[in-house]
Design a protein around this ligand. Structure first.
Ligand code: GTP
Ligand code: MG
Length: 180
């Protein structure tokens, strides 16, 4: 039988307070959702083991960084050795979209690939089940935005009803396996 390789990938999940970082991770890893909001303190971890293909097992280590950390100085420590990231915003709150570039800027200033290029980042427009609220009806397609600012791509996600997160993660892992 062919030997399977294990690949450990550290991926950050960042974005403003309450955008749903913990929720999308919980949905993706444990298939659960809770309305109850409990702010993450510092950082949390989740591991998803994926049988990627017949020769590769991916151990996806998700680092769930507290939204309030952007104002702290721990992100440099948390970001270390990360190979990719998901930047999340809340489709119902414009301010969280405006913060997306600040998060990406913070990331790019603190971590890079060994060749100096920035780590791949996927943008998640979360709470798309709330489509009729807040800025959702006005939200344009983000292809141009995402390309212009160097995101790998963007996906509408919902921790409550659907799970586009899996698609987003797949795209990111595909790229990470090529790069590493
Ligand atoms: P911090 O840890 O403070 O940075 O927040 P967070 O980004 O981890 O947000 P969290 O996952 O704790 O979610 C905040 C609130 O939004 C909770 O009440 C969740 O139930 C709710 N929420 C998260 N994702 C969704 C979603 O896709 N749809 C809806 N309707 N609510 C969501
Ligand atoms: Mg959280």
């Amino acid at each position: 039988m062919m030997q399977q390789h294990e690949r450990l990938l550290k991926v950050l999940v960042i974005g403003d307070l309450g955008v749903g970082k913990t929720s999308v991770i919980k949905r993706y890893v444990h298939q659960v959702f809770s309305q109850h909001y409990r702010a993450t303190i510092g950082v949390d971890f989740a591991l998803k083991v994926l049988n990627w293909d017949h020769k590769t097992v991916v151990r996806l280590q998700l680092w769930d960084i507290a939204g309030q950390e952007r104002y702290g100085n721990m992100t440099r420590v948390y970001y270390r050795e990360a190979v990719g990231a998901l930047v999340v915003f809340d489709m119902t709150r414009l301010s969280t979209f405006q913060a997306v570039l600040k998060w990406k800027g913070d990331l790019d200033s603190k971590v890079a690939l060994s060749n100096g290029r920035s780590v791949p980042v996927v943008l998640l427009a979360n709470k798309c089940d709330q489509r009729r609220h807040g800025l959702c009806p006005k939200l344009p397609k983000l292809e141009n935005f995402s390309r212009e600012y160097g995101f790998v791509g963007w996906y509408e996600t919902s921790a409550k009803s659907t799970m586009k997160m899996a698609t987003a993660v797949k795209i990111l892992i595909n790229l990470l396996l090529i790069l590493h």
